[in-house]
Design a protein around this ligand. Structure first.
Ligand code: GDP
Ligand code: MN
Length: 398
C-alpha cells in the first residue's frame, strides 16, 4: 500500500525525521487560512497524488507572496496531473500539501528498502538528490551508495558514519553529521516498526541555514502486515487505486487489470501466468490477471465473475481451474450461481482439470448455461480466442 507525501511526512515527524511545517489542504479557502497562520517567507503548494515527477509536471508551486497561495491552490485542485509515473490518463488532484519553503543549499537522495538478494534492509544514498535514482544508477553508478543493515543487530552508528562519509558530508557541512546519523536511525525505526517495504526521501536537503530537512517523502507498506497497523490502514486513499482492484482485495482475490479483452479466472498465480501466456500464444491479450486462490470457494468464483464482467474491455471469459485443494465441482457451482445473479452475454470457456473435473464439467453441461467446456489448456485458449476474435494488435495499441 502507498500513501501520500503529506501522510509520509506525518509519519516522519512522529519518528523524529525533520520535515517542513505543513498541512493537508482541500480547498482554496483553507489554503488562505493556513498560509496566514504559517506566515512564512516562502510557501510551497504541492499536489498530492500517488506518483512522483510532480515538480516537472507543474504540480509543485513556489511563491514568496502569501496572497498568491489561494490562487495556486485553486489552480491545482481538481486538475489532472500527468507525470511520467501516472501514465497518459494522469491523476486528479484532490488534496494539496502547503508548507513552508526551504532555502536549498544541497539536495541529497536517501531511501531504505528491502534488498531482494540478501533479504536485509538496505539504505541507498546519493549526493545527486532531486534526480531519479534509476537515472543516477544508469549514468553515474559510482554516485549510488549502498549500506546494508543486519536486521539481527539493527542500525548501528558505523552504518550512519559509512553513509555520512560516503556522501562527503564533512566537506559539505560538518555540523549536519550528527543530525544526519540520528535521522537515519529514526528512519530505520519507522521502517521496521511500521512494516514498510520502502521509504524514499528525494530530495533530502541541507538548507541554507544548515538544517537537514526531508522535502519529499514516499512510503510503501507490506500489505501482509497491514492488519497490525490501523493507523496506516486509515491512510489508504481509494481514489488512488483501480476500483476493480479494490473490489478484488475486499474479496481476497489477487487481481491486476490489464489492457486486453479476454477476462481470466484462474486458481494459483503460476497457472494464472501460464494462462496469460497461452492467450497471447493463441493470438489475443488477457484483460487481467486474476488468481482466485488455491482454496477457491463458490463465493470467490462469484466475486471474480462480477469483477470480470464490470470491465468493459472484456469480450469473453476464460476460466482455467486445476483442481488440487479446490474441487472442480465447487467451481462449477460457483459459475452456475454467479450466472444466475448476473446476466452473462459474453462467451465463456471453462477448462477444468484435476479433482472432480468430470463432475464439474457435467454440472456445467447440464446447467443450461451457454458455456464451452474443455479439458485441454491449448484447445481451450484457442476456443476463447476464436470466440472473441484475434485482437492482439488492437489491444496492444489501446
Ligand atoms: P516530485 O517531483 O514529485 O518528486 O516532488 P518533490 O517534492 O520532490 O518536489 C520537486 C522539486 O521541487 C524538488 O526537487 C525541489 O527542487 C523543489 N522544491 C520542493 N520543495 C521546495 C522548497 O521548499 N524550496 C525550494 N527551493 N524548492 C523546493
Ligand atoms: Mn521528489
Amino acid at each position: 500500500m502507498n500513501i501520500h507525501e503529506f501522510q509520509a511526512k506525518q509519519l516522519f515527524a512522529q519518528f523524529g525525521v525533520p520535515v517542513p511545517n505543513g498541512k493537508e489542504i482541500k480547498t482554496p479557502l483553507a489554503a488562505e487560512k493556513w498560509a496566514e497562520k504559517l506566515n512564512a517567507p516562502v510557501y510551497v503548494v504541492k499536489a498530492q497524488i500517488h506518483a512522483g515527477g510532480r515538480g516537472k509536471a507543474g504540480g509543485v508551486k513556489i511563491t514568496k507572496n502569501r496572497a498568491e497561495v489561494p490562487g495556486l491552490a485553486r489552480e491545482l485542485l481538481g486538475k489532472t496531473l500527468v507525470t511520467h509515473q501516472t501514465g497518459p490518463k494522469g491523476r486528479k488532484v484532490r488534496r494539496l500539501l502547503i508548507e513552508e519553503g526551504a532555502g536549498i543549499a544541497k539536495e541529497l537522495y536517501l531511501s531504505l528498502l528491502v534488498d531482494r538478494d540478501s533479504g536485509w534492509p538496505l539504505f541507498i544514498a546519493s549526493t545527486e538528490g532531486g534526480m531519479e535514482i534509476e537515472e543516477i544508477a544508469a549514468h553515474q553508478p559510482e554516485k549510488v551508495l549502498r549500506e546494508p543493515i543486519d536486521p539481527a543487530v539493527g542500525f548501528q552508528g558505523y552504518n550512519g558514519r559509512n553513509l555520512a562519509f560516503g556522501l562527503g558530508l564533512p566537506g559539505l557541512e560538518p555540523t549536519i553529521m550528527g543530525p544526519f546519523i540520528t535521522m537515519l536511525g529514526n528512519l530505520y525505526r519507522l521502517f521496521m516498526e511500521k512494516h514498510a517495504s520502502m521509504v524514499e526521501i528525494n530530495p533530502l536537503v541541507i538548507t541554507t541555514d544548515k538544517r537537514l530537512v526531508a522535502l519529499d517523502g514516499k512510503v510503501s507498506f507490506d500489505d501482509n502486515a497491514l492488519f497490525k497497523h490501523a493507523d496506516v490502514q486509515a491512510m489508504r486513499d481509494l481514489h488512488e487505486e483501480e476500483p476493480l482492484e479494490i473490489e478484488a482485495t475486499t474479496n481476497n482475490l489477487n487481481y491486476v487489470k490489464l489492457d486486453g479483452n479476454i477476462g481470466c479466472m484462474v486458481n494459483g498465480a503460476g497457472l494464472a501466468m501460464a494462462t496469460m501466456d497461452v492467450i497471447k500464444l493463441a493470438g489475443s491479450e488477457p484483460a487481467n490477471f486474476l488468481d482466485v486462490g488455491g482454496g477457491a470457494t463458490k463465493e470467490t468464483v462469484a466475486a471474480g465473475f462480477r469483477i470480470l464482467l464490470k470491465d468493459r474491455n472484456v469480450k469473453g471469459i476464460f476460466i482455467n481451474i486445476f483442481g488440487g485443494i479446490v474441487r472442480c465441482e465447487r467451481i462449477a457451482h460457483g459459475v452456475i450461481d454467479a450466472a444466475k445473479e448476473v446476466d452473462i452475454k459474453l462467451p465463456v470457456v471453462v477448462r477444468l482439470q484435476g479433482t472432480n473435473a468430470e463432475e464439474g464439467r457435467k454440472l456445467l453441461l447440464e446447467s443450461g448455461l451457454k458455456v464451452d467446456v474443455a479439458t485441454d489448456l491449448w484447445e481451450a485458449a484457442q476456443k476463447i480466442v476464436a470466440l472473441t476474435g484475434k485482437k492482439r494488435k488492437k489491444a496492444a495499441a489501446a
